[in-house]
Structures are given as C-alpha cells and as structure tokens.
Design a protein around this ligand. Structure first.
Ligand code: PAF
Length: 281
C-alpha cells in the first residue's frame, strides 16, 4: 500500500493507472476507521481495479472547535486496517496543502437541502464538506466514490455538488452498518463512556418504533410521540427528530407512499453528538 501526502505524486500515480485503463474507487474519510468504513472500502475494491482512500480531519466542516479537538485520531491503526483490506493508495494530506494560506473558501448554495437538520444545527458544516470533497475529487479523479447512508443529508449534498460542478464521478451510497444492538457505527462512538454506550441503542430503537407505528399514526403525532420519548430519557438531549422526503430532505406533513421517506435524528449523549436515520417508506 502506498501512503502519501504528496498531491503531485498522487495525481501522477492515479493518472498513470487510469491511462492503463484501470478504474478508481475512492473512499474519503476522516480516519478513526471502523467496520462501517471497511464495508465501503470492500465494496469500492470489488467494483473497481484500484482502491484509493483518504484520511483528513477537515477543520472547516467542524462548527464546534471542541468537537474538532476531540475528534478521534488513530492513524497507526487506520493504516494497518487499510493495508489488511488491500487498499492500494492512501492519501493523508497536510492541512496547509489542502488549504493554502490566503485561499478564499468557496461558498456553495445548496438551497433548501441545507436549511434543515444538520444544515440548520451545524452552520457551515456542509459547505466545509462540499469544499473538501470537491478538492479531493479534483486530486483523485475517481470513477466511483463511496459514502455511507448514515450521513444521509451529507450524501444528498454530495450528489448535488457533483451535479452542480458537473464532476464525472458516480456516487455510490452504502447502507449504514450497525453494532449487534443496533447502534449505527460512527467514529464518535469511541468517545462514549461504557454507560453512554449502553444507553446509545435507544436512538435506533426510536427509529424502528417510528417505522413500526407508521401505519397507525399520522406524521405529526408520531413525530411528537418520538420527541416525547427522547425528552423522557435522561441520557439524551434531543437536537432534532424529523420525518423527511428522501430527495430534498424537507419535513413531510402526511404519509405518501409515492415519496421515499426517512426518519432522521440527532441527539447528544453527554458531550457526544450522534446522528442516525432509517428509511420508513
Ligand atoms: O463523512 C466523512 O467522513 C466526511 O464528512 C468526509 C466526506 C470525509 C469529508 O470530510
């Protein structure tokens, strides 16, 4: 496995492989790799000739400096996992290479897509994601790029970015990978205390409850019921619980079997913020 932080080297290596007719599958990450990332890597490896991963904790997508400081970093373990899975190239750039001094950061307008949920509660987050993903795509020029559905809104924003910037890449969504008790895999799970970890599967239980009750309750009372359940659980501080359409991610007010529908949640356990979602139609 080649490990490099050198942008010209990465570009040259990849362009030579593409000239040989090889396809490039790309998995961008912020490291602290878990089984969810490894599923993306495996899929990318199976569907392409070359697997490229990147590890970069992107400072401009953190709206909370404490979250950036505490974001788990496990570079040695990450490299070992990537090596074991047969990753061909891992790009681990320096911050100053990705954001040269004096650079004016581009401002994207994703419209209503970023006015809700993560976009509303984490101002600037999706702009930061879009800026880094565009930069990474420009360097790696992948044929396919793989993203987890756990970050459902991020996936929608990246699809929109690709459309807006006319980037010739296929975005491949991958199902959320869960622990046996239902907790969605996330690098942030590493920050949970044993007690918090025990409490955390409640989030997925509430999403399943939403799906189960869908045929018996209207959208509004069901949403309120789930909010009440979070408010009655001292382990959590709910940030949002929304039932949205799966394209524009706008809250729906009535069930419509013709519209893909997803329940999305963000909740704090202590000072760890977790998100999850479940398709209910
Ligand atoms: O999902 C992530 O890990 C990050 O948001 C991404 C896509 C690697 C951009 O920094």
């Amino acid at each position: 496995m080649i490990v490099s932080e050198n942008i010209p080297f990465i570009k040259k290596w990849i362009s030579e492989e593409k000239e040989k007719g090889k396809s490039i599958g790309f998995v961008p990450t912020m490291g602290a790799l878990h089984a969810g990332h490894l599923e993306l890597m495996q899929k990318a490896k199976k569907e392409n000739d070359i697997l490229v991963a990147s590890i970069f904790v992107n400072p401009i997508q953190f709206n909370n400096p404490e979250d950036l400081k505490k974001y788990p970093r496990t570079p040695g373990q990450d490299k070992k996992l990537l090596e074991d899975i047969g990753c061909d190239l891992v790009f681990i750039p320096q911050e100053k290479e990705m954001y040269p001094e004096g650079e004016v950061i581009k401002e994207y307008d994703f419209g209503e897509l970023t006015n809700v949920m993560e976009g509303k509660f984490r101002p600037g987050h999706f702009n930061g994601v879009a800026v880094i993903v565009k930069k990474l795509f420009d360097i790696v020029k992948p044929n396919r790029a793989y993203f987890g559905e756990k970050d459902f809104q991020q996936l929608a924003v990246i699809k929109k970015l690709v459309e807006m910037e006319k980037i010739p890449v296929q975005i491949v969504p991958c199902p959320t990978v869960r622990e046996p008790d239902g907790l969605a895999m996330s690098s942030r799970n590493k920050r949970l205390s044993p007690e918090q970890r025990k409490a955390a599967p409640f989030i997925y239980q509430m999403l399943q409850e939403t799906k189960k009750r869908r045929d018996h309750l209207c959208v509004r009372p069901l949403r309120q019921m789930i909010i009440n359940r979070f408010e009655g659980n001292d382990n959590f501080k709910l940030e949002y619980f929304e039932i949205v359409d799966d394209v524009n991610l706008q809250p729906i007010s009535a069930w419509n079997n013709k519209v893909g529908t997803v329940a999305c949640v963000a909740a704090w356990i202590g000072n760890v913020r977790l998100i999850d979602n479940l398709r209910i139609i």
